[in-house]
Design a protein around this ligand. Structure first.
Ligand SMILES: Cc1cc2nc3c(=O)[nH]c(=O)nc-3n(C[C@H](O)[C@H](O)[C@H](O)COP(=O)(O)O)c2cc1C
Length: 213
């Protein structure tokens, strides 16, 4: 089957069905009035080491008629700060409870039964229940597609990272303890506990072939 994204109805579901599994960012923000907001985003990745840079992408509009800007995007554009907590199996159901379209004055930490912790540098709170929190400053919001109804690609620099002591050994994160949740399409998720190792080959110029070691 060949698909032309411009004419294939529901192409977004195909796209999110094949770029899988995706990690999930639980993004904490604070409005200019100090109202805390929490919502999940799986268009999420790390994209550079120096400066340490992460991205996530939010559709701009929500509501029946697309009449409202998503709180996360509005808050980040107003304040330039956010915290990303990594979603792990222990908090996957709580994460899901934060995802409904609540009014802007609702604090989703309370709805989800998650606990706020004070960040070191930025104003939005950490998610104390997640083993990994990244305090971020906004670098840029890149508009993708229609400025009113397209996506805002949020680029952020990590200014402080919090990693629970039991999941890190030196530089190495123990994924059997982290248990990051994977997002598939729609309402489907996966565990990441079935892991294996594959050593990257080195190219040997004298032999002209890749060699494993
Ligand atoms: C697992 C999961 C992943 C999601 N990923 C995204 C995403 O990448 N981009 C997006 O715009 N919405 C995404 N959503 C939907 C938002 O979380 C939802 O629209 C939320 O109400 C936005 O909240 P806000 O208005 O407080 O920002 C996702 C929802 C779930 C459950």
């Amino acid at each position: 089957m060949k698909i032309d994204p411009k004419i294939f109805e529901g192409f977004s579901r195909v796209l999110t069905g094949v770029v899988v599994p995706r990690p999930i960012a639980l993004v904490s923000t604070k409005s200019a009035d100090g109202i805390v907001n929490l919502a999940p985003f799986s268009f999420f990745n790390a994209v550079a080491y120096d400066p340490p840079t992460i991205i996530f992408s939010s559709s701009r509009r929500t509501g029946e008629e697309g009449e409202k800007t998503k709180d996360t995007l509005a808050n980040i554009e107003a304040t330039g700060e956010f915290v990303i907590a990594v979603v792990v199996d222990e908090i996957a159901e709580a994460m899901n409870r934060t995802a409904a379209e609540y009014p802007a004055d609702v604090n989703e930490f309370e709805i989800a039964g998650l606990t706020e912790a004070t960040a070191d540098i930025v104003a939005p709170p950490l998610v104390a229940d997640s083993p990994v929190n990244m305090e971020c400053r906004l670098v840029q919001v890149v508009t993708i597609g229609d400025p009113e109804h397209g996506h805002g690609l949020v680029i952020g620099e990590i200014v402080r990272m919090h990693v629970r002591d039991d999941i890190i050994n030196g530089h190495r994160i123990d994924h059997s303890k982290l248990k990051p949740t994977g997002r598939l399409a729609g309402n489907m998720y996966c565990y990441t506990t079935d892991t294996y190792e594959m050593v990257r080959p080195k190219y040997d110029a004298s032999k002209g072939i890749p060699i494993s070691h």
